[in-house]
Design a protein around this ligand. Structure first.
Ligand code: UDP
Length: 239
């Protein structure tokens, strides 16, 4: 029997900072990070080009800072730095799996990551390097979800795989509401109309205007990234 073939050649994987938490309530759980890296490396081995947008919520979120009295711009700059820290951890974890990687930051921090140059990022992917995007869009008032949507379009990814800790998009928060219903698929417009918290509205709108599908899936189930790229019915497809 021949090996199953991926249905996507180039993907953008959105990992929130929280996905690196493991059982911690703050920071980076190295074991969890290594396990995610191992899964990514395995998917890469199928011949899929992989770019990752890494979030920073496990360390700092701008909104959290403003709630405590920080100016939004300063707080978001702290959040942006948090994503760079995660990017370094993820790069290290991927390299431990033998992957070739490039860490590409939207903020200039040359000693640690290279600046974003679209054609160069695409070239890295073509050469089999896993590209880790950090520092979102480099500007405050945005999220790494929106940055994921923009970078996915720029590098011509065919899909965004949005990792979460639940099975997909639900009618209500499944952690709080037992009656919450999971959607197998949902239109962009319905996500916006229903105000579903799957990705922020700017990210959804960008994907909608450019027909970029999103698959929301549970990262905590090992093998789900692979299932998604093989076209299995997992999570929720936003189209
Ligand atoms: N952030 C920002 N501009 C961006 C992306 C992120 O200012 O383009 C800041 C913002 O403060 C955000 C933090 O970085 O709260 C961490 O990103 P995000 O909350 O998207 O991370 P995630 O929820 O994916 O862990």
């Amino acid at each position: 029997m021949s090996a199953p073939k991926p249905v996507y050649q180039r993907i953008l994987l959105k990992l929130s900072g929280e996905s690196l938490l493991g059982k911690l309530s703050y920071g980076i759980d190295i074991k969890t990070t290594l396990s995610i890296a191992q899964e990514i490396k395995e998917v890469h081995g199928l011949g899929v080009q992989i770019a990752i947008m890494i979030g920073g919520g496990n360390i700092f979120r701008g909104i959290r800072g403003t709630a405590k009295g920080l100016d939004r711009v300063s707080a978001d700059q702290m959040g942006l730095l948090a994503t760079i820290i995660n990017g370094i951890a993820l790069q290290d974890a991927l390299e431990k799996q033998g992957a070739f990687t490039r860490h590409v930051s939207a903020l200039e921090i040359k000693a640690m990551a290279e600046p974003f140059i679209r054609r160069r990022a695409i070239r890295h992917l073509e050469k089999g390097r896993i590209v880790i995007f950090s520092a979102g869009l480099g500007s405050p008032y945005f999220t790494t979800d929106t940055a994921a949507a923009l970078r996915a379009l720029e590098i011509k990814a065919e899909v965004i795989l949005k990792a979460t800790k639940v099975e997909g998009a639900y009618s209500a928060d499944p952690m709080k509401d037992k009656a919450a219903k999971k959607f197998d698929s949902i239109r962009y417009m319905d996500v916006l109309k229903k105000g579903l918290k799957v990705m922020d509205a700017t990210a959804i709108s960008l994907c909608k205007d450019n027909d970029l599908p999103i698959i929301i899936f549970n990262l905590r189930k090992h093998g789900n990234i692979k299932r998604a790229v093989l076209g299995e019915d997992i999570g929720t497809k936003v189209y």
